[in-house]
Design a protein around this ligand. Sequence first.
Ligand SMILES: [Zn+2]
Length: 504
Amino acid sequence: MSTFDIDRPAAGNDESPSALNEGNTHDVSRESKLSRNTDTVMRRGTPNVASEATLHAQTHSGTNSWNPAPSASGLLEHPLGAVKGKPADRSKFWFEQKTRLADSAKGLGRGGARYGRTGVLHTPHGDIRTPVFVPVATQAAMKGVLPEMMKDMGAQCLLSNAFHLFERPGENILDEAGGLARFENWDGPTFTDSGGFQVLSLGAGFKKTLAMDVTDMKSDDVIAPGRERKAFVDEDGVTFKSPLNGAEHRFSAEISMGIQHKIGADIMFAFDELTTLMNTRGYQEQSVERTFRWAKRCVTEHQRLTEARLGKPYQALYGVVQGANYEDLRRKAASQIASLDFDGVGIGGAIEKRIIGDICAWICDEMPESRPRHVLGIAAVDDIFACAENGGDTFDCVAPARCARNGAIYTRDGRYNIKRVANKRDFGPLEEGCDCYTCTHYSRAYVDHLLRAHEINGATLATIHNERFFIKLLDDIRDSIDGGYFDEFRDETLARYYAHGSKG
Ligand SMILES: [Zn+2]
């Protein structure tokens, strides 16, 4: 099974203190909207920068207590690490490791190492306690669920997709809005995926990007037969046709960095080439080398943009490790990424389910522990445990929301489809004992009715439950590592979840 979803989204972003100043577009409607998002009305008549800083402080800390004051230099210091007229402060981003799993005879890392750990990811827009589930708001929105509701259910951060936001509304709109987090009214850290996954998936299935030897294919085929090829890879980047309107576009390392800087997420990913398990070994080798060359260009462009775009919070850049299922290629790619000045690492690519934990361990073997690790596009409960045990810190997954819209409900006893006859008169919650808003206010029968009737609220209620399921799962994993009972928790949770043959 591939752990990747064809419609995996990428991440979001945040705001810059100078953004409202740019172009002097200080319109009343924007101020009114922003003011409603905080408890304190912006102070009219004060310089724009003070108003903006106040807003940022409130957004960042959730309180109104921070009063901006000029520093010795006369410039306003900003809690996000953004200072007007200055390049971003990189020291605002770092990973603090707390508890690490004990090594074991079954450990998949060198010498039985187990890289699973808890920690705190410090970002300009706030801290993220890890391991953590990162809900996916592909187009700067969770479908049917407001950011305030995500916050209420315990979400710490959101991930959006640079490719989708580039297509619509365009990265300049996000830049002018003050970055993705402000644009979508999200009070917290954000991620953006580089767009490489979506761009490359447009080309999958055609001779240039796919291997000839498909007889050993073990993954899902992500290519629809007969589909028009829409992406072409070359040494410099990818040319593709927009699935939205057919327009031809070009993505490269530099273009991806430019787009992601304007979107403004706290954490971005380098532009990489995604291969599938259908690619030949030879193509995988070439692809790893090409991804390394693109990674170097991403770092260079990222550093240039960080210096050039003044008054912005620091945006961290993760390098992505490809290499499919090959241990030597994964280790080589990890060493290459480790040799570059990235802030963290993304574990990507098509991965065969049975070795997903091994792949995480191989990469962690080659990577400094100070670098946070994001597992891109994970899809199943057992995969989350395998990756958390072997070093994953942050995990994004589109499955809970997409499944919810189809009526698939995650519970501790496995996944079921709510649109069953038996649920028509079941007036109990989606899951007994669940603390989510849906389960404490609505019944299975009602959610079943809404989904059958294609009422939007059905998707909202089901999504709230499923997202809460994964947020809580990662919260519980974090507690189990800190509490020293991870192994027992894993065994009990997986035995119960898969007892009835549940998939996913
Ligand atoms: Zn629930």
